[in-house]
Design a binder for this molecule. Structure first.
Ligand SMILES: Cc1cc2nc3c(=O)[nH]c(=O)nc-3n(C[C@H](O)[C@H](O)[C@H](O)COP(=O)(O)OP(=O)(O)OC[C@H]3O[C@@H](n4cnc5c(N)ncnc54)[C@H](O)[C@@H]3O)c2cc1C
Length: 582
């Protein structure tokens, strides 16, 4: 009996003892399937994680939990035939950072590429709901795909930032120690950094050295470990820049377009059934985030299953930005006893705010973006890391859901069963940091899949790697700003006072290469409504510009996707009888 078989036999015995016949195991094609019924969600999670450690190619955890439903994916309300019969060489399912990275990378080739995203904007799921940290690559276990892609991706960010024009800062991160004994961990931390290939001159810092770097650090710190390659970006800006550059190189983006089924023939995908008709694709890339296992199932290739791990973050007022320069990672003693989190901390954002978080919570609903008091109080405790911060400085909080597989590693591979399918699945943290490397490898796999299917692939002669990202008008040098306003006065008409966003910028967001369709879409592109008053001043003004630009009544302007209209009808004027902005 081999080692894995022995481990499996032990696992079987353990489950039999605890659950009797309530839980069953079966191994097929090197994949472990779990079925049965347990009384609690966390029991299902523990069983999945136990199975994930056995070393199978995949774990499919289909155990039911009494009284708990696992909601299916939300779908767009639109149904039309606008994409019926459309043909692409490559279709990418998912407009998160991974789908957009793959699209941009593939646009170097002379291919017809389409990206299908079910939400009303890009980066609406994990890619727009994270910490924006470009992890240095010290946390993942050596030898995992996470470790490999994290370290490679981290180093590729400089080139991405230069070409795509988004802001990247490398303040470095300090893993703070809370106990004198932690100094004995330093050789192990160094060893892991060296095994993973972490870049930069990482080093131990004495308590005095930590204080010299961060004067407001907690008095309880006992030194730390500094990782200079840690960076920060705005995750939405990166995703948008990738997508816009992809559009500049010929890629089509279809928002509010969900893949709901696949037409298969001879173990190849022939067509993708969407809410906008059936689309043909020679090769399909599965970059569907928390739904990647459901998409794999559509092609009858579900060799893994995913579950949601929710993380909550809190944003602090911009005035706190001056009180901390580096990322401060959570000291192990303050972490929760979960092995599945790096513990969170305090992260400076490129926009100037500080961010607290994230937490980690296993959840049955993969689109559960609620926030609750328990997670919030956990976040507030993280404020102890910096003596100049307090809960009253929190201006907002949000949550995102990570796509976790049971063995906790990324799944990046061509399908073993379906000739024209490539998976980029289970991309949980550090997926943002890893995105450039994942994008490059998955694009190469898609090209190989095309070639395997008998299609030739050529370079695009006029590939344009540079993207001119819109610089906020308020950040332009005085002279440039005045010249711009002299040319077009709408850039001098401020709609959002907190973030100083002009009417011209709102209009540009509505006319851009991947245009905003909702108020939140405008906010993500311009920051209008992201300041202290949360849109109290600018919302009505932004909506008016949207109604004019989109040629629709004000009552049709949506806050986000679905039926999220803000106005329901007229009270006493302001909206003309036709419903158009007056
Ligand atoms: C709270 C939190 C903090 C994090 N912090 C960091 C961090 O600091 N650094 C870091 O490196 N990583 C971080 N991560 C992880 C990172 O956000 C993810 O790894 C990354 O965003 C995954 O990108 P993705 O494109 O795979 O997934 P997503 O962004 O989820 O994109 C997948 C897209 O596919 C779409 N989709 C799904 N099914 C379909 C379908 N059938 N048809 C059409 N579209 C479909 C979805 O709508 C979604 O937009 C964090 C994650 C969370 C939740």
């Amino acid at each position: 009996m081999g080692r894995r078989e022995k481990r499996l036999a032990r696992f079987r015995r353990k489950i039999g003892k605890r659950w009797g016949h309530a839980v069953q195991l079966e191994v097929r094609d090197d994949v472990l399937f779990l079925t049965g019924l347990v009384p609690e969600w966390l029991a299902k999670v523990a069983l999945g994680h136990g199975a994930g450690k056995l070393g199978f190619r995949g774990v499919v955890n289909d155990i039911q939990v009494s009284g708990v439903s696992e909601p299916s994916m939300s779908l767009p309300l639109e149904n039309d035939n606008s994409l019926e019969g459309k043909r692409y060489d490559v279709v990418i399912i998912g407009g998160g950072i991974i789908g957009c990275a793959v699209a941009r990378e593939l646009s170097r080739k002379n291919l017809k590429i389409g990206v299908l995203e079910k939400e009303s904007d890009l980066a609406m799921q994990a890619s727009g709901r994270n910490d924006g940290m470009i992890h240095p690559g010290f946390a993942p276990h050596p030898g995992t795909r996470k470790a490999h892609y994290n370290v490679r991706g981290n180093q590729m960010y400089d080139q991405w930032s230069q070409e795509l024009g988004f802001s990247l800062k490398r303040p470095g991160s300090i893993v703070l120690f809370r106990s004198w004994f932690s100094i004995f961990l330093v050789p192990l931390i160094r060893l892991r950094c060296s095994l993973n290939g972490v870049a930069g001159k990482y080093k131990y810092l004495s308590p005095r050295a930590v204080r010299a770097m961060e004067p407001h650090v907690s008095a309880q710190q006992r030194g730390g470990f500094f990782l200079p390659s840690a960076g920060i970006v705005s995750p939405f800006d990166v995703t948008l820049a990738l997508a816009e550059n992809a559009v500049e190189n010929g890629v089509d983006f279809h928002l509010e377009t969900a893949v709901m089924a696949m037409e298969m023939s001879h173990q190849q995908i022939q067509g993708l059934q969407t809410n906008r008709g059936c689309i043909e694709a020679k090769v399909v890339v599965n970059a569907a985030g928390v739904w990647a296992d459901v998409v794999a199932q559509m092609a009858d290739d579900r060799f893994f299953s995913l579950h949601g791990r929710k993380g909550t973050d809190a944003i602090l007022d911009k005035e706190t930005g001056a009180r901390q320069t580096r990322i401060m990672a959570m000291p192990p003693l303050v972490r929760r006893k979960s092995i599945q989190t790096k513990g969170g901390g305090i992260v400076p954002c490129v926009e100037g705010n500080l961010l607290l978080g994230p937490t980690a919570q296993e959840v049955p609903d993969r689109e559960d973006y609620s926030t609750d008091a328990g997670e919030f109080s956990h976040l507030v405790r993280q404020l102890d890391l910096n003596s100049r911060l307090s809960a009253s400085q929190i201006i907002n909080y949000y949550s995102g859901v990570r796509a976790a597989s049971w063995d906790e590693d990324f799944i990046i591979e061509p399908s073993q069963k379906v000739k024209n399918l490539v998976h980029a699945a289970a991309i949980q943290s550090p997926g943002l940091a890893s995105a450039p490397a994942i994008g490059a490898d998955v694009a190469a796999m898609a090209v190989q899949a095309l070639e395997r299917c008998g299609y030739g692939v050529e370079e695009r002669e006029n590939f344009q790697p540079y993207h001119h990202a819109q610089v906020p008008v308020k950040d332009l040098p005085e002279e440039e700003r005045s010249a711009l306003i002299a040319k077009d006065s709408t850039y001098g008409e401020i709609l959002c006072r907190c973030e100083e966003v002009s009417r011209g910028e709102v209009r540009d967001a509505l006319r851009s290469l991947v245009p905003a369709l909702t108020v939140d879409g405008v906010k993500r592109r311009t920051r209008s409504g992201a300041g202290r008053c949360h849109g109290g001043f600018c919302l009505s003004r932004v909506m008016k510009v949207m109604a004019e630009e989109m040629g629709v009544p004000l009552t049709q302007i949506r806050k986000k996707d679905g039926q999220s209209q803000i106005l329901v009808g007229e009270t006493k004027g302001g909206v003309s009888p036709s419903g158009r902005a007056s």
